[in-house]
Design a protein around this ligand. Structure first.
Ligand SMILES: O=C(O)[C@H]1O[C@H](OP(=O)(O)OP(=O)(O)OC[C@H]2O[C@@H](n3ccc(=O)[nH]c3=O)[C@H](O)[C@@H]2O)[C@H](O)[C@@H](O)[C@@H]1O
Length: 439
């Protein structure tokens, strides 16, 4: 219980900034000065307001706080629900002695949900952590959470930057592995909200590594880097040995920073760390900010879509990778991860440090992606071709996956046509059943 206090201290209700009622005071004072009867009633009203404010039960104030938190960009002060420790302990229990106990960060995210589900289905103990920020529709995140809860996976509502929460969590559950998927994703959004990338991908990652390094035993860590680290690299296919010092977006720069930070924690503290460079992962329960997802939405609505081209109409292409293939790669990375060598913040010997491409190794032009969607949706898209704005995008990605194939047994099996078919089927049933208005 002694640890509980510092954790709960940041959960104290935020006192409302009193906009409205009290802010209008100059106007009110002016009126009060000239209307004595009104003065009496105003004081009476003020008295009751203050009485209500000071006597209202904590639950009421924290509900108000929760409402205000829903509007924050990062939800850094997201809070776990009641009895979260008990729920986390139960959820963490593997079905057999040889099973893993895995913390999945970003568990209500696209890849996080799929990985958490796959781990649970094979009998591992899983605890999710997610801050449910409003980068995209939180309803979708909540729906993923419901899906996981039905399967017995508990998701703590909390932020990886919350050192107190992480410290407590690692104290009550001895994680064998951490699958770190919480991140600020998206390449182009970095121009609108650069700080969210630093907050999640740099500060958040360090905060998580600090908790892992202090844990006893230290878990092995597998985390999501990105194909975007190859940036302006033009040597294809992209190999893990290629240069990654020319990021084209702040997103890419923060993922590259993550890879360097991973090196440091491996070197100093003996943490076993594996980075996975994901290549444009897509599929059911995907991310609404990604092109395949909002193209589907816009085609269904008859809205124009923009297809980017390089200079002189050069094709823009991506090595689109289906979610199930990526999940297999993630599980293989966890299965082959060696133990961290340190404990309680002290290194005891050299530890494993790995990086792998998880791509499909067959790039597809964005125009082709659109024609597959047109075929599946049986609707002609309203297309507008335009030169790629300087927004962090790169012309193409193409993964060399020989290292992952050799060391993880990674072998993608779903091509874009098949993968999009599964996505469209899911999309139509999800929005068809839940919100026809979303079209
Ligand atoms: O591989 C990765 O590491 C990255 O993959 C995706 O980034 P991206 O490949 O840019 O995926 P989309 O945003 O879905 O874009 C796909 C393609 O569509 C193009 N596009 C996007 C938007 C648009 O309006 N028109 C358009 O032609 C982009 O230029 C790109 O070539 C994810 O959004 C990143 O979070 C992830 O890290």
């Amino acid at each position: 219980m002694t640890q509980l206090k510092p954790i709960l201290s940041h959960l104290d209700p935020i006192i409302p900034s009193s906009t409205g009622k009290f802010k209008s005071s100059p106007y009110a004072v002016h009126r009060l000065r000239f209307h004595p009867r009104l003065t009496f009633w105003s004081f009476l009203l003020l008295f009751f307001l203050l009485l209500f404010f000071f006597c209202s039960p904590p639950a009421a104030s924290s509900a108000g706080k929760r409402r205000s938190l829903q509007n924050t960009a990062y939800s850094a002060r997201a809070r776990p629900g009641p009895n979260w420790e008990v729920k986390a302990r139960n959820s963490a229990r593997p079905q057999s002695k040889s099973g893993f106990t895995v913390l999945v960060t970003g568990a209500a995210g696209f890849v996080g949900t799929h990985v958490a589900m796959a781990l649970k289905n094979r009998g591992d103990g899983v605890v999710g952590l997610d801050n449910f920020n409003n980068y995209y529709e939180t309803g979708l995140k909540k729906a993923r959470k419901t899906l996981l809860e039905r399967r017995g996976v508990y998701i703590i509502e909390g932020d990886i930057n919350d050192a107190g929460l992480l410290g407590k969590l690692f104290e009550i559950v001895h994680f064998t592995h951490v699958m770190h998927l919480a991140a600020q994703a998206g390449v182009r959004y970095a121009m609108q909200n650069p700080n969210s990338y630093i907050h999640s991908n740099v500060n958040g990652f360090v905060s998580l590594l600090e908790a892992c390094k202090n844990a006893d035993p230290q878990p092995s860590i597998v985390w999501a880097s990105s194909s975007s680290v190859y940036g302006l690299n033009s040597k294809v296919p992209f190999s893990e040995k290629d240069r990654t010092d020319q990021p084209a977006s702040l997103y890419a720069a923060t993922k590259k920073a993550g890879e360097e930070i991973a090196h440091t924690y491996n070197h100093i503290y003996g943490l076993s760390i594996t980075g996975l460079r994901f290549f444009t992962v897509y599929g059911p329960w995907g991310r609404p900010d990604m092109a395949y997802y909002f193209f589907t939405k816009d085609i269904l609505r008859g809205k124009e879509i923009k297809i980017f081209e390089g200079a002189d109409h050069a094709t823009v292409a991506r090595d689109f990778t289906y979610i199930d293939d990526v999940v297999k790669g993630c599980l293989a990375a966890l299965d082959t991860a060696k133990k961290s060598t340190g404990s309680g913040g002290k290194k005891k010997g050299p530890a494993q440090l790995r990086i792998y491409n998880l791509g499909n190794t067959s790039p597809v032009p964005v125009g082709k992606l659109v024609s597959i969607l047109e075929k599946l949706l049986k609707i002609k898209a309203k297309k507008k071709f335009l030169t790629m704005p300087r927004n962090g995008d790169v012309l193409f990605t193409h993964a060399n996956i020989s290292l992952a194939r050799k060391e993880l047994g990674y072998k993608p099996t779903t091509d874009l046509e098949m993968g999009l078919k599964k996505f469209v089927k899911w999309y139509l049933s999800y929005y068809g059943a839940k919100k026809k208005s979303a079209w």
